[in-house]
Design a binder for this molecule. Structure first.
Ligand code: HEM
Ligand code: CU
Length: 595
């Protein structure tokens, strides 16, 4: 039975759904998308709070803050003074939550779920049940990550990469105890979620496209989600195996990653392993992970920029090609995270070469964004501002990436704030901007109402000012040797000169955190009291806007619309409207080739 006739069969016997099957254990991609988004927002607030906590410590080392005591309690912030162990825990959980829960699970989970069935013209995901499982594994994983912060010995505190031996020996530091075990369990559940989700996305895109939806007519969002899902399915199992071996080392006395370790008075029994093996496994996931976070954001930006500039995407095929090349290259660059491990200089230079190669397709993408914007009839919706903000941070962070790609330069700034600044700008902030662009753009599709535009502008400007206020100065600190993950700079007179800079950074971090309140207010307020949205508020060409505003099971009341053209026919000469939905048949003599 085809997907179409299957869903039609459903339509004829409408049954009242129980709220549990409608809102909790839903198998509908639209509801699951909202569940992912809501969970991601909650996790982002937690992750953001944590970063303001450790930023307070970095700007005012050793001072007392009542707010720290309020949130962390007497165990971790007695009198409001942050405990050094908790500082490491906060950095670790902040990084983990942001990278995995917000920008991997949250971003892909929300927008792949919302857009894939809608934009390819399917009634739902290939498997609604596995899709539901994917969300609940994600939810469970997020809960365990949060709960791990409240165990007696504190959260995992070896950094978000959890390198052994800190992560492998329970007795190493307090944060290597139960918190670390929970971190690993959470991550294993997260990987199951990512795999279930990814397989569903791939199968749906490949198999359930509506009539006429050739691969070369897919919106770039869908291409981005497809490549992202493939990267995830290929790389997450490697992290799973890395984590399993780590669990063996921790709990069953194996020595995959351990050798010649001395604790206290004597040597441990571990022999023959090597922590570098863990780094290889971790970064074989870790680097593709950067693009698992970035590509969906870039795809969203393409969609938003083309729609709001009222122009066809410049270089549609080049965009697909560059995403494929980025995806492929992302698997052969992991060694650049290991320049300082004593890896052979020859291998090091191979990784310099492959890493620098990524700059080419990345530059192609930037070039395409800029040429799409060029002479466009630009409509500055909040989504458009965030999409151009993404282009800005992607360029800024890409430039420092070229510096870090060179091993000879990287060795000097390794483990300094230069690296922290680089990755936050290029991946953290670009992806966050892409996520905001997506929420502002598709909010009317999700909730049937518009978000408030003025609040959106305010949110954007305060956010981009704080982003550059936080991360730009960090580059200078890093170049001057200011190291990352130091609890107390007071102990080192040579870092005294950085105090003012550190306070400025913290000021902008707090400003940035507060500005997100505007978004959160707008997001919840507009769901209930926003202006009612029309069916196609942005005059967009893609299929999701042909479905009725009300959410119905199976997306379209009648048959699924058929596709006749690519999604970027904006301002096409010879038409009275500046947009032509994909469902409009080609006119006599009109061609859909040549882009
Ligand atoms: C509110 C905005 C944010 C601020 C102010 C902030 C600030 C920081 C700072 C100061 C560190 C500590 C660096 C160190 O000492 O090693 C850090 C670590 C980190 N952050 Fe953020 N961050 C923010 C948002 C994000 C986002 C959106 C991401 C997602 C990519 C992210 C990912 C990370 C990662 C992976 C680490 C490293 C954790 C580790 O070393 O294990 N951050 N952040
Ligand atoms: Cu990398």
């Amino acid at each position: 039975m085809s997907a179409d006739s299957h869903a039609n069969a459903h339509h004829h016997h409408h049954h009242k759904e129980h709220w549990i099957s409608k809102y909790v254990f839903s198998m509908d991609h639209k509801m699951i998308s909202k569940q992912f988004l809501l969970t991601a927002i909650v996790m982002a607030v937690i992750g953001m709070l944590m970063s303001t906590f450790f930023r307070l410590q970095l700007a005012y080392p050793g001072e007392k803050f009542a707010i720290l005591n309020f949130f962390l309690g007497d165990r971790w912030a007695p009198d409001g003074k942050l405990d050094p162990q908790m500082y490491l825990g906060l950095v670790t959980i902040h990084g983990t939550i942001m990278v995995f829960m917000v920008l991997t699970g949250g971003l892909s989970g929300t927008f792949s779920n919302l857009l894939i069935p809608f934009q390819v013209g399917a009634r739902d995901m290939a498997s609604g049940f596995l899709n539901m499982l994917s969300y609940w594994f994600f939810f469970l994983s997020s809960m365990i990550m949060v709960i791990s912060c409240f165990v007696q010995t504190g959260p995992a505190s070896g950094g978000w990469t959890v390198y052994p031996p800190l992560s492998a020996l329970e007795q190493a530091i307090p944060g290597s105890g139960l918190g670390m075990t929970l971190w690993l369990i959470s991550m294993a559940l997260f990987i199951v979620s990512a795999l279930l989700g990814g397989l569903n996305y791939i199968v749906t895109i490949v198999n359930l496209r509506t009539k006429g939806m050739k691969m070369t007519r897919l919106p770039l969002t869908i291409w981005a989600f497809l490549i992202t899902a493939i990267l995830g399915v290929l790389s997450f199992p490697v992290l799973l195996s890395a984590a399993l071996l780590l669990i063996f080392d921790r709990s069953f006395g194996t020595s995959f990653y351990l050798s010649d370790i001395f604790i206290g008075s004597g040597p441990l029994a571990h022999e023959g392993g090597n922590p570098i093996l863990y780094q290889h496994l971790f970064w074989f996931l870790g680097h593709p992970e950067v693009y698992i976070v970035l590509l969906p954001a870039l795809g969203i930006a393409s969609e938003v920029i083309s729609t709001q500039a009222r122009k066809p995407i410049f270089g549609y095929r080049a965009m697909i090609g560059s995403m494929l090349v980025i995806g492929f290259l992302s698997f052969i660059v992991w060694g650049h995270h290991m320049y300082v491990t004593g890896m052979s200089p020859f291998l090091g230079s191979v990784f310099v070469f492959t890493t620098l190669l990524i700059a080419i397709p990345s530059a192609v993408k930037v070039f395409n964004y800029l040429t799409t914007l060029w002479k466009g009839n630009i409509q500055f919706s909040p989504a458009m501002l965030f999409a151009t903000g993404l282009v800005s941070t992607f360029i800024t962070g890409g430039v420092t990436g070229i510096i870090l790609a060179d091993s000879a330069l990287d060795i000097n700034v390794h483990d300094t704030y230069f690296v922290v600044a680089h990755f936050h700008i290029v991946m953290g902030m670009s992806a966050i901007f892409g996520m905001f662009a997506g929420v502002y753009h598709w909010f009317p599709r999700m909730f049937g109402r518009m978000m408030n535009k003025k609040l959106g502008y305010l949110h954007f400007w305060l956010t981009i000012i704080s982003v550059y206020g936080v991360f730009f100065p960090m580059h200078y600190a890093g170049m001057a040797g200011y190291p990352r993950r130091y609890f107390n700079y007071d102990a080192f007179p040579m870092f005294d000169g950085f105090r003012d800079l550190s306070q400025i950074i913290t000021f902008f971090a707090i400003m940035g955190a507060i500005s997100q309140g505007i978004f959160i207010f707008n997001f919840f307020y507009s769901q209930y009291l926003g202006r009612k949205a029309s069916q196609n508020p942005w005059n967009s060409n893609t299929l999701e806007w042909t479905a009725p505003v009300e959410h119905i099971h199976g997306n379209w009341p009648g048959p699924i619309p058929e596709i006749h053209r690519w999604p970027y026919d904006y301002s096409k000469p010879g038409h009275d409207q500046d947009f032509i939905p994909q469902t409009v048949p080609l006119a006599a003599g009109e061609s859909d080739e040549g882009h």
